[in-house]
Design a protein around this ligand. Structure first.
Ligand SMILES: [Zn+2]
Ligand SMILES: [Zn+2]
Length: 451
C-alpha cells in the first residue's frame, strides 16, 4: 500500500478542481457534458446524501432507505420492485435492444456511534444483532454509494437517446453481514428481472484522496470465513494439572500451530490470513476449565486455497488434541459459518476495458491500478451466480479530503479507516466522481448505435 500512497502523493497539493479544469480542456465532448450535468445535479444529490447519512439503518432493516431509493427510481421512470431479498430494491428501464447493465449500491449502515461532529451526523440508535443497543452510522460510506448511484441513474435517464439496452438498478441490503447479495439472488434477481451482461459498483476508499479511482483486475477482495473452534478438555483443580486435560494449553497450541498454515503451507505468492480474534476459557485463577473457544477469521482468494486453509484448521485442531492425549470423544469441534462471503473477482478484460475508458475521461493521474485487499464484499456473489454470461467490476473511489490526505502524507495525521466512527469522506467528490464514472461506463457498454 506504500507504493500507492507515494504514487498518489505525487500530486498531493494539486487541487482536484485544477485537475478537472485541465481535463475538461482535452477530454471528449461527452465528458464535458456529463461533468457539467453532474455539477448541476450535485446539490440535489448532496441533499439525498445528507438525509441518508443522518438516517442510517442496520443490515436487513433498510426499510426507510429502500423506500427513498424506490421513490427516486420511480420518479425517474424505472419499473420498481421492492422487498427483493427482504429489503432490496430493483429498478428496471428497458430502452431498446442491447446488453443488460446492472448498477449496484449497498444500503446498510453499521452499529457504530458516529463521532465525526458533522452537522448531519447520525443520532440514530438501534438494537444490533448481538442484542445490544447501539448507535448506527454510515461508517462504510454506503450513503455515498447510494447518492452516486442515483446520480448515475439521473444522467442515464436524461440521455436515453444515447444508449440502447436495459438498465437494472439494484439497491442491495445487508452488505455488512455479507448476506444481502445472496438474499437478492435467491429471491430471483436473475430470473424475475433481466439477467445482467455487465455488473458495476463502486466503494469509497479511506486510503486514497477524494476523486481518485482505483481498480484491481482479477481478485479484488477476499473470501471471508468465520470459523469457530470449540476445544474440550477435562477440568479440575489448578493445583493438580495431572488429573486434568487442560484445554487452555491445548487451544494455545492450536493457535500457534495455525500460524504455520499461512507461513509454512501456503504459497508466499498467494495471500492468506488466519486471525484468532477471540479466545475464551475459564473463570478463576485456580480452576482448569473443561472447554476453550476460539473464533477465527480466515481470508483467501481462490476456492482451492480456501478449502486448503479450512481443511488445515480442522486437521491441526484434531492433531493437537491427539498430541495432548484427548480421548476420541473429546476432539475439538470446528464449524465454518454458512453462508460465507466469497472473494470478489473483477473480470480481467472487462476491468481493463472500463479502466481504459476512465483513464481517457478522468486522466492518467486520477485512475490507478491498486493492489487487491483481504477485506470482504459480497459483491462477488453477482458474478458467481452467472460466471459464464456475466462480467463484473467493483472499483474504488477515493474519499479522503485532500487537505487531510496532505497532512497524513506529512505524518501529521492518522487517517481513519472505513468503519471508523470518524470516517467523514469528501462526499461531494466521491458522489460526483462515481456518478460520472458509472454513467460513462454504462454509456460505453450500450451505445445507441449498437457499437
Ligand atoms: Zn463495510
Ligand atoms: Zn462497505
Amino acid at each position: 500500500m506504500k507504493a500507492i500512497g507515494s504514487r498518489f502523493g505525487k500530486f498531493a497539493g494539486a487541487s482536484t478542481f485544477c485537475m478537472m479544469v485541465a481535463l475538461g480542456v482535452s477530454a471528449p465532448v461527452q465528458a464535458e457534458d456529463l461533468r457539467a450535468a453532474v455539477a448541476a445535479d450535485l446539490p440535489g444529490l448532496m441533499e439525498l446524501y445528507r438525509d441518508l447519512h443522518a438516517n442510517p439503518e442496520l443490515s436487513f432493516e433498510e426499510v426507510e432507505t429502500a423506500a427513498k431509493l424506490a421513490a427516486r427510481l420511480r420518479a425517474l421512470g424505472f419499473e420498481v420492485t421492492e422487498g427483493v431479498g427482504k429489503t432490496g430494491v430493483v429498478g428496471v428501464m428497458r430502452n431498446g435492444d442491447g446488453p443488460v447493465v446492472m448498477l449496484r449500491a449497498d444500503m446498510d449502515g453499521l452499529p457504530v456511534v458516529e463521532q465525526t461532529g458533522l452537522p448531519y451526523a447520525s443520532k440514530r440508535v438501534a438494537t444490533a444483532a448481538s442484542g445490544v443497543e447501539t448507535g448506527v452510522m454510515h461508517a462504510c460510506g454506503h450513503d455515498t454509494h447510494m447518492a452516486g448511484w442515483i446520480g448515475a441513474a439521473q444522467l442515464l435517464v436524461e440521455r436515453k437517446d444515447r444508449w440502447s439496452g436495459t438498465l437494472v438498478m439494484v439497491g442491495q441490503p445487508a452488505e455488512e453481514i455479507g448476506e444481502g447479495a445472496l438474499a437478492m439472488l435467491e429471491d430471483g434477481l436473475y430470473t424475475r428481472f433481466p439477467k445482467p451482461d455487465y455488473v458495476l459498483a463502486f466503494h469509497d476508499a479511506a486510503q486514497f484522496p477524494a476523486g481518485m479511482i482505483g481498480y484491481s483486475p482479477g481478485f479484488a477482495l477476499a473470501n471471508v470465513d468465520s470459523v469457530d473452534v470449540v476445544v474440550p478438555g477435562v477440568g479440575g483443580h489448578g493445583a493438580y494439572p495431572h488429573t486434568t486435560r487442560d484445554p487452555i494449553v491445548l487451544a494455545s497450541a492450536i493457535v500457534m500451530k495455525l500460524q504455520t498454515l499461512v507461513s509454512r503451507e501456503n504459497s508466499p505468492l498467494d495471500p492468506a490470513v488466519i486471525t484468532v480474534g477471540s479466545f475464551l476459557a475459564g473463570s478463576k485463577h485456580n480452576i482448569i476449565p473443561d472447554e476453550a473457544k476460539l473464533q477465527l477469521t480466515v481470508r483467501s482468494y481462490s476456492d482451492e486455497n480456501r478449502k486448503r486453509l479450512l481443511d488445515g484448521i480442522a486437521r491441526i485442531a484434531r492433531g493437537e488434541a491427539i498430541a495432548a492425549g484427548m480421548p476420541e470423544d473429546r476432539m475439538p469441534r470446528v464449524s465454518v459459518a454458512d453462508p460465507y462471503t466469497p472473494a470478489t473477482f473483477n473480470t480481467v478484460d472487462f476491468t481493463q476495458q472500463i479502466a481504459a475508458g476512465f483513464r481517457q475521461r478522468f486522466g492518467e493521474e486520477r485512475v490507478m491500478q491498486v493492489p487487491s485487499v483481504m477485506g470482504g464484499e459480497d459483491f462477488g456473489q453477482f458474478l458467481r451466480a452467472s460466471p459464464d454470461d456475466t462480467k463484473s467490476l467493483i472499483f474504488w473511489v477515493g474519499g479522503v479530503p485532500q487537505a487531510e490526505f496532505d497532512k497524513a502524507q506529512r505524518g501529521e495525521l492518522e487517517l481513519p479507516s472505513l468503519h471508523s466512527p470518524f470516517w467523514a469522506p469528501d462526499a461531494e467528490k466521491v458522489i460526483a466522481t462515481a456518478a460520472e464514472a458509472l454513467a460513462a461506463a454504462t454509456l460505453d457498454l450500450m451505445p445507441a448505435n449498437g457499437g
